[in-house]
Design a protein around this ligand. Structure first.
Ligand code: 5GP
Length: 204
């Protein structure tokens, strides 16, 4: 297993934002650029979408299986989002941390805030659209959701945007190239905070 032995103290990077804003594209970019970063694959009860692969994009479960995992206290956090259950399994995140990786989690604001409350390693990044009307266009354009799903997602987007003020960083995803640079800079700056690097530094 690939390890990152140099650094101490993994960071949990939480990426939230309304549906269709481009979170997955930014996550994929980060994962392709940063070998010391791993993606926390969430568990969900929502139907598989487009070209998604079970175990890669999500771990797909039915409601009963999901509730069993809740009863067994397997989740770091879980929430009902757009009428489906979504959750982050503790085991996956803890394994990555034990192996010395940073972890990126794509979760809604309920999940992001719940994780940060219990874990100071969490850095919260909100990705927002330049204009609210862009979201509908993007959701319709990706062609993977029914009209009623799109309506629910747009309604929920208003609520999610109210939580921006609780986040550490805001990226307005107007130009994808600029957003990539910005998110990468956030990762670099957080990774190099003195509080995180001091224990590895020997004064000569
Ligand atoms: P989608 O169905 O579009 O993949 O995701 C819908 C929403 O659920 C997004 O806001 C996404 O960030 C959120 N989500 C995905 N996984 C999790 C999770 O494990 N926990 C929580 N709380 N939200 C999640």
């Amino acid at each position: 297993m690939e390890k990152n032995k140099k650094k101490k103290g993994s960071i949990l990077f939480i990426i939230s934002g309304p549906s269709g804003v481009g979170k997955s594209t930014l996550c994929d970019y980060l994962l392709s650029e940063l070998p010391a970063l791993k993606f926390s694959v969430s568990t969900t009860t929502r139907p598989i979408r487009g070209e998604e692969v079970d175990g890669v994009n999500y771990i797909f479960k039915d409601k009963e299986e999901f509730k069993n995992l809740v009863d067994q206290n397997e989740f770091l956090e879980w929430a009902i989002v757009h009428n489906n259950y979504y959750g982050t399994q503790k085991q996956m995140v803890n394994d990555f941390i034990d192996e010395g990786f940073d972890v990126v989690l794509e979760v809604d604001v309920q999940g992001g805030l719940a994780i940060q409350e219990n874990d100071p390693r969490a850095v919260l990044i909100f990705v927002a659209p330049p204009k609210f009307s862009d979201l509908e266009q993007r959701l319709v354009g990706r062609g993977t959701d029914t009209d009623s799903v799109i309506k629910t997602r747009l309604n929920n987007a208003h609520g999610e945007m109210q939580s921006i003020k609780l986040y550490d960083y805001l990226i307005v995803n107007d130009s994808l190239e600029e957003s990539k640079d910005l998110i990468r800079s956030i990762f670099t700056a957080e990774r190099n905070k003195a509080s995180r690097t001091l224990s590895d530094y020997i004064i000569r």
